[in-house]
Design a protein around this ligand. Structure first.
Ligand SMILES: NC(=O)c1ccc[n+]([C@@H]2O[C@H](COP(=O)([O-])OP(=O)(O)OC[C@H]3O[C@@H](n4cnc5c(N)ncnc54)[C@H](OP(=O)(O)O)[C@@H]3O)[C@@H](O)[C@H]2O)c1
Length: 261
């Protein structure tokens, strides 16, 4: 169990290779950015534990990562806001060094006059409690030098109409980042968030009605850098935040300049 410590956070290689031999739980690991993070981490020799709600999607993700040589790949179904189910997964995994939370979608989107209290509550619960639950589990289990990386989106700084509840939820995740980083620092654990722009994932394609690579290229051409980000470009920042033991409480933006335009 991680304890309060007066020793400084340990020094180790801040390069992704420094994560070799560690175990990373990815809540939201069966698709998109989380799956890409799983592949990158597996590639540098980390053991990954993929969590998502749909077992078939998890199986497909495990097969995809296992196709490359490397350490063990585990998977278990759970909702990211079910703390007890997540606790069982952490326990089964044995040691866990880092946690990445990418779980989330567009549930809760809709014009403000159509929002119900139930929708707002469940949207906030999924994102905010999901982040807090992950950090609570990490606080009790991760060794010093461990980290939690959360996820938000560019809508926090460039809002769009019809997404107030979702934006409130991801904004809260950003606000939590510093609060939880300060709280976990005494255990020498770190908390950061990656704020994403348009990343070419199943979620983004589904939301934009994009069904082919050609349509994705065409839609992405209007971006400042002329295309959407790949899931790997998005995931690499989460891996960087895990690896660098001296970054905490930060919200790092990966949006190809979308926030400027
Ligand atoms: N792609 C973008 O352009 C973009 C932009 C800004 C922010 N983001 C954020 O980045 C994160 C990842 O997005 P993505 O594009 O990689 O999406 P994605 O391809 O749909 O992947 C989302 C993953 O999270 C899992 N998941 C969703 N809700 C969950 C829940 N309640 N409990 C457990 N697992 C859950 C999904 O599996 P199951 O559905 O089987 O549970 C899946 O593995 C999301 O939080 C999204 O809001 C994405």
């Amino acid at each position: 169990m991680a304890t309060l410590s007066t020793a400084p956070v340990p020094v180790r290689s801040p390069l992704p290779a420094g994560l070799a031999g560690s175990t990373v739980v990815i809540i939201g690991g069966s698709s998109g950015i989380g799956l890409a993070a799983g592949s990158l981490l597996h590639g540098v020799g980390a053991r990954v534990v993929l969590v998502g709600r749909d077992q078939a999607r998890l199986n497909g993700a495990v097969d995809r990562i296992r196709a490359e040589d490397g350490p063990e790949v585990l998977a278990a179904p759970a909702d990211g806001s079910d703390e007890q189910a997540l606790a069982r997964i952490f326990d089964r995994a044995g040691s866990v060094d880092h946690v990445l939370v990418t779980a989330g979608g567009l549930a809760g989107a809709g014009p403000v006059d159509m929002l119900s209290p139930e929708t707002v509550h469940s949207t906030l619960h999924g994102r905010v409690w999901g982040a807090i639950a992950a950090v609570r589990l990490a606080a009790l289990r991760l060794p010093v030098g461990g980290s939690v990386t959360l996820t938000s989106g560019i809508y926090t700084i460039r809002p769009v109409a019809g997404a107030a509840a979702v934006i409130a939820a991801i904004g809260a995740v950003e606000a939590l980042t510093g609060a939880l980083a300060v709280e976990l620092a005494a255990r020498r654990l770190r908390v950061n968030t990656v704020r994403y722009g348009s990343i070419d994932t199943p979620l983004m394609r589904g939301a934009a009605g994009i069904t082919t690579d050609e349509a994705a290229a065409q839609a992405g051409a209007g971006m400042l850098l002329g295309r959407f980000a790949t899931p790997e470009e998005a995931a690499a920042t989460a891996v960087f935040l895990m690896a660098n033991n001296y970054i905490t409480g930060q919200v790092i933006t990966v949006d190809g300049g979308q926030g400027l335009a």
